[in-house]
Design a protein around this ligand. Structure first.
Ligand SMILES: [Zn+2]
Length: 280
């Protein structure tokens, strides 16, 4: 089994989105008040080359995101910017790795934000799994108001509901196993969105934690800094705490979608060191 990173362009957001300031509503309003941008951050999707079939986690950005600067939605117009070329979309990059779209058995989405579902069109023959709560939140005009782009989903998009049993997996309250071998596990990591999930891939050496936007980078997770868009402070903190507990109990490579170090961390199999700060 092998996990690979695929960078589908990059994104820039306000720094108060990546690292929330203050609490509650003031924290969320802070994203719009902030004039400071982050650096350009990568947007990764992941390929799990598994003996039971290839699994893709998130589908990354699509070139349609280059038009968001003209959007009427205030978030898309003012608070985010994307870079992506057509051959950086996930489909062409998979083909370059020798993986045809029909070789991908399943695609799991951590959530439906536009930089995670932007490559859906490349997977017409793939089983696509999405948490039902996330699908409800993202659908229709209310979804568009919330900043999702259901209007950009392919017409055939009809994902299989990813129902997480209330079966704890380590510190995570709900989980489901994606493979018969039990080594690819979806866990509930609510916060960034209410129904956000992360995917844990276990091999005999370590766990690869495909975190989506549970935090924008590893430092923020270790430092218990929630983002600027999570609806509920307590829920978001509880998820970061669960991730730290998991990483303390298991050797873990932590792989957020937008962490500039994710690809190097994956190739060097660099483990989370939760207590590194205190020892310095
Ligand atoms: Zn997101």
């Amino acid at each position: 089994m092998k996990v690979r990173a695929i960078q589908t362009g990059s994104v820039r957001i306000k720094s108060a989105q990546s690292q929330g300031q203050e609490h509650g509503l003031r924290r969320r309003a802070g994203v719009f008040a902030d004039s400071k941008w982050t650096e350009w951050l990568p947007t990764y999707a992941w390929v799990v080359d598994h003996p039971e079939g290839v699994i893709v986690v998130d589908t990354g950005q699509g070139t349609h995101l280059l038009e968001t600067g003209r959007s009427l939605h205030p978030y898309h117009r003012w608070e985010v910017a994307f870079r992506i070329e057509r051959d950086q979309e996930i489909g062409p990059q998979l083909r370059a790795l020798g993986i045809g779209p029909r070789d991908v058995r399943r695609a799991v989405l951590t959530h439906l934000h536009v930089d995670h579902d932007g490559g859906l069109a490349h997977f017409p023959a793939t089983e696509i799994l999405v948490s039902p709560g996330e699908l409800r939140t993202a659908s229709g005009w209310l979804g568009r108001l919330r900043g999702y782009m259901p209007n950009r989903w392919p017409s055939w998009f009809d994902p299989i509901p990813l129902d997480l049993a209330t079966e704890p997996y380590g510190p995570f309250a709900a989980s489901t196993r994606l493979t018969k071998a039990g080594d690819v596990v979806v866990v509930a990591t609510p916060g960034h969105t209410a129904d956000h999930v992360s995917i844990i891939v276990e091999d005999d050496r370590c766990a690869y934690f495909l975190a989506g936007d549970a935090s924008y980078d590893e430092r923020l997770m270790i430092g218990d800094r929630i983002d600027g868009v999570s609806a509920d402070d307590d829920v978001a903190h509880a998820t970061l705490r669960a991730i730290r507990q998991f990483a303390t109990a298991h050797p873990t490579v932590y792989l957020p979608t937008h962490d500039r170090e994710s690809a190097d961390r994956l190739s060097g199999r660099r483990l989370v060191d939760v207590d590194a700060d205190q020892r310095q």
